[in-house]
Design a binder for this molecule. Structure first.
Ligand SMILES: Nc1nc2c(ncn2[C@@H]2O[C@H](COP(=O)(O)OP(=O)(O)O)[C@@H](O)[C@H]2O)c(=O)[nH]1
Ligand SMILES: [Mg+2]
Length: 438
């Protein structure tokens, strides 16, 4: 996500490094490049303009111009403004102890049905009694898709009938819930290719009749910021409480996410990060900004690892600074199960840079790293500084690799450890505590 925007911003800011004191003209020139990068990432014009204006005001009015390391200050300001542009504080949908009804709406193909399944999976995992409602009265195939998802995750699916009126749907649903109580009802609705009157009427009626506690608009990040203006129509006719942005994996340039708050005025609750049932993450503007700027997203990484272990991994939280090679291997083994290694690596601070340009590190690479680390003694794993030339030769031999491979691994590890330490010190999540639902 945001790969090329991140690269561009990092290189513009990196260009300020080691230049000593900056003039106002230097800052302006850098910000012009930032603005071009934002526009190329499909960020809304006004958002891009405001963004650079605010960064410039802060930069010129602060110690940036007198600082000997102005890039550090600039990156902090850009980070702050990115967080703000992405919506500021993370917002999650309201979830009461019972009687929650969430209505999912959006254009066809936005990812409503997939997202309904992901949400059901997520909250079932948190002990909720979930019901999925397949409310597309036009297309049996759309209902079947949700049925398959429900079966897969063990969540019941309530189906509407072909052509059933919203009033009947609401009535049957109410009767159904009286017999089989559910505390979270997720309604997947029909989409059209474009907003049309019939769709809006049906949605508005359904919404009035079932009384949703959250009205969530699902938007496709791949479509770019042009996926956003429909939010106004949905908001006027049905009301929108928040957004879920899908397909933020892949080539999404980021324009939709960075423009969403400005264009729709609504918070992004979740981001869809893959087609898989577990590919949904709470949207944390600060973490996303960190990822864009290559500071990585250690907190999301740790949460994923925790989910996988099913345990509480306090140690990881506390001791990021003591990150050892052994930790690196443990993380990698766990994370291999979570998703593509390339995706995972991008969440580690600075690690995105370790990826060869345009290429993802593949499973073979991780197997090689595993082999190398497995050939080390406990002591070497805990403290790679003891690795002299003869130890490196021994490890290379033992793992069937070359000495250069060992050198590269140690170098990468050192870099990662340094960044982890830095990130661990300033990660905002430590002050903020855990998100309500995350
Ligand atoms: N890569 C990726 N694909 C997604 C994501 N969410 C949905 N999709 C895909 O988008 C397509 C349309 O999704 P669907 O849920 O049927 O959209 P709907 O018409 O709004 O119900 C499907 O191929 C999904 O697998 C996501 O977060 N990432
Ligand atoms: Mg659908």
């Amino acid at each position: 996500m945001f790969q090329s925007l991140g690269d561009r911003l990092q290189s513009v800011i990196g260009g300020l490094r080691g230049r000593g004191r900056l003039s106002e003209a230097d800052v302006k020139a850098a910000l012009r490049e930032v603005r071009v990068a934002l526009l190329e990432a499909d960020v809304n014009l006004e958002v891009a303009r405001d963004f650079t204006k605010r960064v410039q005001e802060k930069a010129v009015g602060s110690e940036v111009l007198t600082s000997l390391q102005p890039d550090q200050r600039v990156i902090a300001i850009v980070h702050e403004e990115l967080v703000d542009t992405l919506g500021g504080k993370s917002v999650q949908p309201v979830l009461k102890s019972e009687s929650n009804v969430w209505l999912l709406m959006g254009l066809q193909g936005a990812g409503k049905t997939t997202t309904a399944g992901k949400l059901a999976y997520r909250y079932k995992g948190q002990g909720r009694r979930v019901l999925l409602v397949a409310a597309d009265t036009q297309r049996p195939a759309a209902r079947e898709q949700l049925k398959v998802l429900g079966d897969q995750i063990g969540v019941p699916v309530f189906e509407v009938h072909d052509g059933e009126r919203p009033a009947e749907v609401a009535e049957r649903l109410r009767a159904h819930l009286r017999k089989d109580f559910r505390d979270l009802v997720i309604v997947d609705t029909a989409g059209r290719l474009q907003v049309d009157e019939a769709l809006m009427d049906e949605l508005a009626q359904l919404s009035r009749l079932v009384g949703p506690t959250e009205k969530v608009l699902v938007v496709d990040a791949m479509t770019g910021q042009q996926s956003l203006p429909v939010a106004r129509e949905f908001d006027e006719r049905v009301g929108v409480t928040g957004l879920i942005m899908t397909k933020l994996d892949g080539d999404a340039r980021g324009g939709a996410a960075l423009s969403a708050k400005h264009v729709t005025g609504k918070p992004i609750y979740f981001a869809g990060m893959s087609e898989r049932i577990d590919g949904l993450e709470p949207f944390h503007p600060d973490r996303v900004a960190g990822r864009i700027l290559g500071m990585g997203d250690v907190l999301t990484l740790i949460e994923k690892a925790k989910v996988l272990e099913g345990g509480d991994d306090e140690r990881d939280m506390r001791d990021l600074g003591d990150f050892t090679l052994q930790d690196m291997l443990t993380q990698m083994r766990r994370l291999k199960q979570i998703g593509s290694f390339g995706d995972v690596l991008k969440m580690i601070p600075g690690a995105g840079k370790l990826l060869p340009a345009g290429a993802e590190i593949d499973e073979k690479e991780i197997a090689r790293i595993e082999a190398i680390i497995s050939s080390m003694t406990e002591k070497e794993r805990a403290n790679p500084r003891v690795l002299d030339a003869s130890r490196r030769r021994r490890i290379a031999k033992g793992s069937g690799t070359q000495v250069q491979d060992i050198n590269r691994l140690v170098k990468n590890y050192e870099e990662m450890r340094k960044l982890m330490k830095r990130m661990g010190r300033r990660s905002p999540g430590r002050r903020g505590g855990r998100p309500v639902l995350g």
